[in-house]
Design a protein around this ligand. Structure first.
Ligand code: SAH
Length: 540
């Protein structure tokens, strides 16, 4: 994950072998922060003392003589700031004159956020816009997501032109608009859906139809179909590059919050038809209130969330939920102070915590993630640890979203399909096709994690699949001869599907977010190379 070995060792020694990775990460960040803090912030000098603000005012006898001294030694590593309710801290705080009265305070907070973003390598202009649009309360991850979304939209507009009149004959308009809804007078160069990229509705989602004209280059039309997935908010230029290797096809950016209760912003490049798609039924719950009926009685009026953020590969530890509980319990009355509310809400949003008791929040259980993502109950249970399950589910396809795109294949393949499933994970593609009622004849599944392979194999057996499942451990070992042999044995592949690891693309990675050339994300190149092999061997 990119942490210095020395820091990693210290973290494991201090936190113990049982500690979760997130706890170890927190430890490393806290000690780095403390070191940085000590280097940067000096004690106030006597001459500054006149402006010093001592909070809270200590009883006279407790007060050490003013001047160069440390009043609270561990405030940084304990993260109690300049004091929190149960941990008073006698901090001498010397503000520069310009920051003493509002609105200077707001300016300082804004500058600070912008400075952090610039430090992370984002252009100052974009950083400023993000802070202005998202507000001073926004967390850094929210701001970086905003910047990526804005860049993505801009890139998209530059790269993907409207189809020309002569292309129109191949255009696939989805869904077919009623005549009166079609803009006039002539078809051709026009924008049928203005905000589909920023709204992340792709080429339309069930309740938000979108009249898209899609023109595929000749080489990409028809079988073998392909479907490539990755995180939507990837570093600048990543999707342009992905498209350039996949017939210059425009990515379809979709947020799964149109299909289920959680966000999952993903880009999909595929050559599937986009007409006559249909959603899986039953439709899963799309609001927190529908999805977590048990938590209704505990949900406080000041928590306005109706949907969850993106499900991650790790969940928060017990320390955080206990801390939240203590803070809420220590507030007199039913409604906590605004400060406590803001703190709790920020943590709940970041970690997708839900209310499971009075003043009690908890992270999602794997079975809840399975339900949200559209997998069968207990899909990832058995022979796996909680950590494995969270990781596998955090990386997986959201079934309802992917099935919506694949639904167009149902009519074309009533007798089943041959699938080359690359980076299969826990079998998102297989489960989606199965839930659509498309038989799986031959599936070659390529997946490096043994835990994930076991999950897919067990699902294959539990669901009494009649086809053949071939397992390959490493995509890098696949040769053109192997592809040729499979094609000979099965008579060709109907679909090549997969999403390569997003580790070097995803927003959560602050250590090695180096785009498509990152160690793991570069496996994308194996995806398009294998698709190329399949096309050659199928004479396409
Ligand atoms: N779409 C999948 C998840 C994809 S995540 C799902 O629905 O579950 C990317 C997957 O690629 C991970 O499961 C990871 O274990 C796998 N992977 C990483 N390196 C690989 C390699 N060299 N060969 C095959 N699979 C690999």
């Amino acid at each position: 994950m990119g942490y210095p070995a020395k820091d990693a060792l210290e973290a494991v020694e201090k936190c113990g072998l049982q500690a979760e990775i997130t706890e170890l990460q927190d430890y490393i960040y806290a000690s780095q922060m403390e070191k940085e803090h000590d280097d940067q912030f000096q004690e106030p000098s006597d001459k500054d003392g006149i402006f010093a603000d001592i909070c809270p005012r200590p009883p006279h006898d407790d007060l050490p003589s003013r001047g160069k001294r440390k009043l609270c030694d561990n405030k940084v590593s304990q993260m109690i700031g300049f004091g929190v309710p149960d941990h008073p801290c006698y901090v001498e705080r010397v503000l520069p004159k310009s920051a003493l009265v509002p609105p200077y305070q707001d300016h300082a907070a804004k500058d600070m956020k912008v400075a952090i973003l610039v430090d992370m390598g984002y252009p100052a202009k974009d950083a400023l816009e993000a802070v202005e649009k998202c507000g001073l309360q926004a967390e850094i991850t929210e701001l970086t997501d905003y910047i990526y979304a804005a860049q993505m939209e801009e890139e998209h507009d530059v790269q993907f032109q409207e189809p020309s009149d002569e292309d129109e004959i191949f255009a696939d308009i989805c869904p077919v608009p009623r005549y009166h809804d079609l803009p006039s007078p002539s078809r051709g160069k026009r924008k049928l859906c203005n905000n589909r990229v920023s709204q992340m509705i792709g080429f339309g989602v069930p309740d938000h139809p979108c009249y898209v004209e899609r023109v595929l280059p000749k080489a990409a039309r028809g079988k073998p179909y392909f479907y490539y997935e990755n995180v939507a908010l990837a570093p600048k230029g990543s999707w342009k590059k992905i498209s350039s290797f996949l017939d210059e096809i425009e990515p379809e950016f979709v947020d799964s919050n149109y299909f289920c209760v959680a966000a999952r912003k993903r880009g999909y490049v595929h050559n599937l038809p986009i007409r006559n798609r249909f959603p899986l039924s039953p439709k899963p719950p799309c609001t927190i209130q529908e999805a977590f009926t048990d938590s209704k009685e505990f949900w406080p009026s000041w928590d306005p969330r109706t949907q969850l953020n993106c499900l991650l590969t790790v969940v928060s530890g017990a320390k955080l939920t206990e801390d939240i509980w203590k803070r809420l319990e220590s507030c007199p009355g039913d409604i906590p102070t605004k400060e406590v509310q803001d703190y709790v809400l920020a943590k709940c949003r970041k970690w997708n915590l839900i209310w499971v008791g009075r003043n009690k929040v908890a992270p999602l259980e794997p079975k809840e993630m399975e339900m949200i993502l559209g997998y069968p109950k207990n899909h990832t249970r058995g022979g796996t640890t909680r950590l494995d399950r969270h990781k596998a589910l955090g990386n997986s396809f959201q079934i309802d979203t992917v099935a919506y795109h694949l639904s167009v294949l149902k009519k074309e393949f009533p007798d089943g399909m041959n699938v080359l499933s690359l980076f299969s994970g826990i079998g998102g593609a297989e489960v989606a096709l199965h839930r659509l009622g498309i038989p799986l004849n031959n599936v070659v599944s390529v997946e490096s994690s043994e835990v994930n392979r076991n999950i897919l194999r067990s699902w294959w057996q539990q669901t009494n699949q009649r086809g053949t499942l071939i397992e390959i451990v490493d995509i890098q070992h696949i040769t053109i001869d192997m592809v040729g042999q499979w094609i000979k044995d099965f008579g060709g592949f109907d679909l090549v599907i997969g999403g390569s690891p997003c580790n070097n693309l995803a927003g959560g990675n602050r250590v090695s977010r180096n785009g498509l050339d990152g160690e793991l994300s570069s496996l994308f190149h194996n995806y398009h190379q294998i698709l190329h092999f399949v096309r050659i061997m199928m004479d396409r």
